[in-house]
Write a protein that binds this ligand. Structure first.
Ligand code: S6P
Ligand code: ZN
Length: 192
């Protein structure tokens, strides 16, 4: 029999993404992101790029997972700090992001190579349809904080993004962050 999942409450700190009660936190350091930025990064770098806190739920299609992400301000040779980016392992699983603080962009791409860039900031929501890979970029000078909620059996496929990249990269040019073509992008096989 499926175990019962009971209601719960979590207080959210909109400025920091912290949760009460505190939840499992995962951290991504710059060195672990070598190969994702346009420029080389020191694989030994322990600099914090982002932190994710997730409210636990059974990873079933009838449940929702929910997490806060906090991306630090910073950049690698003009490319702002960002998340690794992923497709959902179950490709058709959708997701919603709600911005709490800071300024950012969500870069989205599908297996056909179509892409979009949607703004993410306080009081904005970005809808991520199934089949669209997503990466969040902190284009501001402060922390970017947002909430995400997604179908709990979605899982994460980081490998396609690590090996193929996104069609565009976000770069700072003349004081503003904008999408530019990614010369290293390789379109994934949509039939795979
Ligand atoms: C999960 C959702 C977010 C990201 C988080 C970190 O489906 O999209 O919670 O996991 O923003 O990004 P990434 O690409 O490292 O998972
Ligand atoms: Zn996701």
């Amino acid at each position: 029999m499926t175990p019962e999942h009971l209601p719960s409450h979590t207080a959210l700190d909109l400025a920091t993404g912290a949760m009460d009660p505190e939840r499992a936190v995962s951290e991504r350091r710059l060195g672990e992101m070598a190969g994702l930025f346009q420029a080389d990064v020191d694989p030994a770098s322990r600099e914090l790029v982002y932190r994710v806190r997730t409210i636990p739920a059974p990873e079933r299609a009838n449940e929702l997972l929910c997490a806060t992400t906090v991306i630090e301000p910073g950049d690698v040779d003009g490319e702002p700090y960002m998340t690794a980016g992923h497709f959902h392992a179950v490709r058709d699983r959708a997701e919603v992001y709600v911005g709490f603080a800071g300024d950012g962009l969500v870069v989205l791409a599908d297996a056909r190579g179509r892409w979009r860039c949607e703004p993410l900031r306080s009081a904005s929501a970005v809808y991520i349809p199934g089949g669209w890979a997503h990466r969040t970029v902190n284009t501001g000078a402060e922390r970017l904080v947002f909430l995400s909620t997604w179908i709990a059996d979605a899982g994460h496929d980081y490998e396609v993004i690590r090996t193929h990249g996104f069609p565009i990269a976000v770069m700072r040019r003349g004081g503003r962050a904008e999408p530019v073509p990614n010369p290293r992008y390789r379109a994934p096989d949509p039939t795979a």
